[in-house]
Design a protein around this ligand. Sequence first.
Ligand code: GRF
Length: 194
Amino acid sequence: MRMKARYRLAIFASGGGSNASCIINYFKSHNRIEIVLVVSNNSSAGVLTMAKSNHISTKVITRSALNDQDSTLSLLATHDVDFIILAGFLLLMPPYLVAKYTSKIINIHPSLLPKYGGKGMYGHFVHEAVKNAGDKESGCTIHLVNEHFDEGEILKQVSCEILPSDTPTQIGESVLKLEHAHYAPTIEEYIMSW
Ligand code: GRF
């Protein structure tokens, strides 16, 4: 992709959408990066409401629609999407999408990868595992996406201390604060370096 004056991003999110909300707010008046589409596999995801109130197009898709190359690529082409941002999106990116958007799909994971990544390692499961291992720190990892869960090139890791008294819920809260502070600026820095 040649350097463009403006880059158009789609956010894919399944759940609470707090990272997606931070990203939407961060880029609201950015002069070179625009959120143009929010995709969810969950029709009640809060981020869909937030997107609509910010005049961003939304689309609810099923797993089989995501795996349908023609329909997903045509959705992304219709909105002229340059980069895909995963923010708590639980479905695996299909190989055709990774091939079409190589190095242009970014994810955030709530652990210091490669620790506590892979299939089934999401949300509370991650923080329970960190607690059970007795780790003294955790954090988040922002990385490029390939065909495997949580394995692409790491763009940024940020860590936080864990106190012996911290519960998995408290660990999750500390990590989520880091995610909110670092995801959007890291996306910006990466895309501006294209
Ligand atoms: C975050 O912890 C993120 O690291 C992971 O999914 C969670 C999404 O949280 N990939 P939210 O929906 O953004 O609140």
